[in-house]
Design a protein around this ligand. Sequence first.
Ligand code: HSE
Length: 397
Amino acid sequence: MTNNKRIKLGIFGFGCVGQGVYHVLNQTKGIKADIVKICVKDSKKERILDSSFFTTEPADLLDNPEIDVIVELIDDAEAAFNIVSYALKKGKAVVTANKKMIADHSEELYTLQQTYQVPLLYEAAACASIPIIRNLEEYYDNDLLTCIEGILNGSTNYILTGLTERTTTDFNTALREAQLNGFAESDPTLDIEGFDPRYKLSILILHAFGIFTNPSSLFTFGISRISTFDLEFARQRNLTIRLIARAKKENSTVTAFCMPSFIPSNHHLAAVRNEYNGVLVESLFTEIQFFAGKGAGSNPTGSAVVSDISALSYDYRYEYKKLKQKSATQLNEQSLLNLYIRFDDWSVVDMSVFETISERFSSKKNHYIIGEITLQNLRKADWIKNPAVNIIHFPKY
Ligand code: HSE
């Protein structure tokens, strides 16, 4: 792609993100990109653009020689993978926001980029408006990173902010607000149960440490079981609760998981409110750096997509530098995690799997322990499936 040529775009999907891309493109005068066609499910729907832009035929974009960049913004990850792989094989550059598709197919997508020598950019897929992937690729282009952790999901952060600050009294009301604001996935279970941030974590692990991970191999626990008892526990200790995804490198292994965590009220991540995301990057010599920005919503996500389109105009592509450096080689399941486990009956939890137990509490309806357990034993523990059990990471910051 040369600097002077205008980029011709074919867009798949015109929902929340697609419309954001249209608005941002329209107002970004410096960018030399034009929308040629948009592929949607229903071309008859009333839309802000003239109907001549819309088609229901993928081939009108994928086989259109005028279009050189495919922007993939649909919901269905498998359909998206078919579109993206076809486009790459045809030599069309691709920009996508589909975190599930990238996380589930990272290795195949990497190979396609290498084989066909075409770029695939996806900054919008992790933390929307925060340029974390490009920073991991370009600024942190060495193997001195030690940890990346943060709030990678806007909807759950919106819900947790409401619940912890007592501006919302009820989980479902907060969720409905997140949905109305266009933050939540069409299946909000993906947000609430932590699957969405797990996809993002898997992508960040690739760009931070150079490991392809199957997202389902990353231990994940969501926020749906957080109760008023847990919130009160946090309040009394001057803590807040956030859904945290973390990948920490030790030697050549990475310990990674996504679960609710107690965060001291004066910590960077506690100040990340509502749909904002926050990412802490730790490296040997810089120590901690903190990125924050809107992690969901039409315009913030659209803005990251437009930034990728713009990057294509100067031939930018991910080099997957950490992969080449073999910065880390595998996931570590032996690390000890300090956890708060709350439950309703002492017979529910198998105490024998804990290496240490530092606190035990009992009341009429709620009991808890605080103790250390290996990630491997936590994953194997059947009792965590019991809906009366909640788990919150209690890191030593
Ligand atoms: N549902 C996602 C979130 C959208 O709430 O963060 C942005 O990826």
